[in-house]
Design a protein around this ligand. Structure first.
Ligand SMILES: [Zn+2]
Length: 193
């Protein structure tokens, strides 16, 4: 696949793919289109609620206002993760070597004009900020129990749907950073030939 194809893919196409990738088994038990639409609305609501001027300092300040500590780890062995948020520990770990590696890939693939290093770091922080907010504020759709499963024909079990959280976080980071393409593009760069 060419980079231009990735850049031109719609948000909806990316989010639908995310469902297939992360939760292939639940596709039949939910209305994917509806969940995507509601997750996007949820990201827009959080964006409006925050009225945040986008900068690394501001993003870090909002993250810290939720009692979360931001820790930068420079792993020698590169981690597959860019960032990890642990809600029980109230800790957000940013893997700086992965961030650097991905940013170099952005330059190598000729996307340097579309997103610079500063914006890339803000993109990562805003994705994580969304997760922190959905877990710590009441009634955020993407963190509610979306999935209703029938058990033994009658018992109903409701569960959270992690893929909805991801759609919310990708969408929030996209609109906050005014990206013209989906943040998912950067994540698939390593597998782009
Ligand atoms: Zn995420």
């Amino acid at each position: 696949m060419e980079l231009s194809e990735l850049l031109n893919k719609t948000d909806y196409e990316w989010y639908e793919e995310l469902f297939k990738e992360l939760s292939p088994t639940i596709l039949k038990s939910i209305n994917v289109q509806e969940v995507i639409e509601k997750s996007v609305i949820s990201a827009e609501k959080v964006y409006k609620m925050l009225q945040l001027e986008n900068s690394e300092t501001n993003l870090t300040a909002v993250i810290e206002s939720y009692g979360v500590t931001v820790v930068h780890v420079d792993e020698l062995i590169s981690s597959p993760n860019i960032a990890l948020y642990d809600d029980s520990e109230k800790k957000l770990v940013i893997f700086t070597s992965t961030v650097k590696r991905l940013h170099q890939l952005i330059l190598k693939k000729g996307m340097g004009e579309l997103i610079d290093e500063k914006q890339f770091k803000q993109l990562i922080l805003s994705h994580e900020l969304y997760h922190i907010i959905e877990m710590n504020e009441a009634d955020i759709y993407t963190y509610s129990k979306i999935l209703k499963r029938k058990r033994f024909g009658f018992l109903k079990k409701t569960e959270q749907l992690p893929v909805a959280s991801e759609v919310g976080a990708y969408h929030f980071s996209k609109i906050l950073n005014q990206l013209q393409f989906s943040p998912r593009v950067i994540e698939v760069l390593p597998i782009l030939a």
